[in-house]
Design a binder for this molecule. Structure first.
Ligand SMILES: NC(=O)c1ccc[n+]([C@@H]2O[C@H](COP(=O)([O-])OP(=O)(O)OC[C@H]3O[C@@H](n4cnc5c(N)ncnc54)[C@H](OP(=O)(O)O)[C@@H]3O)[C@@H](O)[C@H]2O)c1
Length: 253
């Protein structure tokens, strides 16, 4: 049988690979023989991912804050010295600050918009030289959210940032497809990761959330991997500017 998912020696970059989805995705591609580059701010968390990867010569971590344009620029320059072309990019970094609209501070709004959206805009401006060779295909996957199309109480900053990231996904998909690049997004529903700790720690909030999910539970990070594999693979060649929703049915209710 044909091997549909061959990622051996592919260069895979995961922005936000120090925890949650990004860490799982890093371990997955490392186990497939890819060269995996991960970023995040917290060096301890990055080292932890490194430790859990079996193929130590194929996992590379760097601590950068995506909201610092110089750090972003230096990191991309470093990548340019190490590799010729990126085959897969997963833009996974993200944050959330939950608040009623009337109580959102400008600094919190900026912080969410910057981390979830503006940083991606800056990153894609810089990374283009590493993906523009149209003889080699590139797959880009942005982590949006169910809140990019629908919303929930106290999610103005988050849903605005994710809606913007989804719009960026579609625009890049349109403009870059002539370079053999496809750009898609994955919109997860509620999963058991750090970003949801405030919800997970509040039993009532957590149960309210679960009642709105047809499957009645939060997702495990492993349940996102098949969508990532598909979008990163050769088999998704005619999928461009699309969104895969992985939410236990939250959006159908
Ligand atoms: N979990 C869910 O239920 C859910 C649902 C919908 C969408 N998403 C999206 O999925 C993506 C991954 O989230 P997750 O659930 O895996 O949460 P997570 O465990 O909190 O991961 C977030 C990642 O973003 C990185 N990050 C945050 N701010 C950063 C900054 N300023 N500079 C560099 N890196 C930064 C974090 O690294 P450091 O902490 O090391 O800085 C971490 O690697 C996010 O975009 C999130 O919005 C998650």
């Amino acid at each position: 049988m044909k091997n549909f998912f061959n990622f051996k020696n592919k260069n895979v970059l995961i922005m936000g690979g120090s925890s949650g989805f990004g860490a799982e995705i890093a371990k997955l591609f490392n186990s497939q023989g890819s060269k995996v580059w991960i970023t995040g701010r917290n060096i301890k968390k990055l080292k932890n991912v490194y430790k859990k990867c079996k193929n130590k010569s194929k996992i590379f971590y760097n601590s950068i804050d995506v909201n610092d344009q110089n750090e972003l620029k230096n990191y991309v320059n470093l990548l340019k010295k190490k590799i010729q072309h990126l085959n897969v990019i997963v833009y996974c970094c993200g944050t959330n600050k939950r608040s009623e609209f009337n109580k959102i501070s400008n600094s919190d709004f900026d912080s969410v918009l910057n981390t979830n959206f503006i940083s991606a805009f800056n990153f894609y401006k810089l990374i283009f030289p590493l993906i523009k060779n149209k003889n080699i295909k590139t797959r880009i996957i942005n982590f949006t959210s169910i809140f990019s199309g629908r919303t929930y109480e106290k999610r103005t900053s988050y849903s605005t940032s994710k809606a913007a990231l989804k719009a960026l996904t579609k625009n890049l998909a349109l403009e870059w497809c002539n370079k053999n690049i496809t750009v898609n997004c994955i919109s997860p529903g509620p999963f058991l990761t750090e970003i949801n700790l405030p919800v997970l720690k509040n039993k009532k909030n957590y149960n309210d959330f679960c009642q709105k999910i047809p499957l009645g539970r939060f997702g495990n990070t492993s349940e996102i991997l098949s969508s990532v594999l598909f979008l990163a693979s050769d088999e998704s060649s005619y999928v461009n500017g699309s969104e895969i929703i992985v939410d236990g049915g939250w959006t159908i209710k």
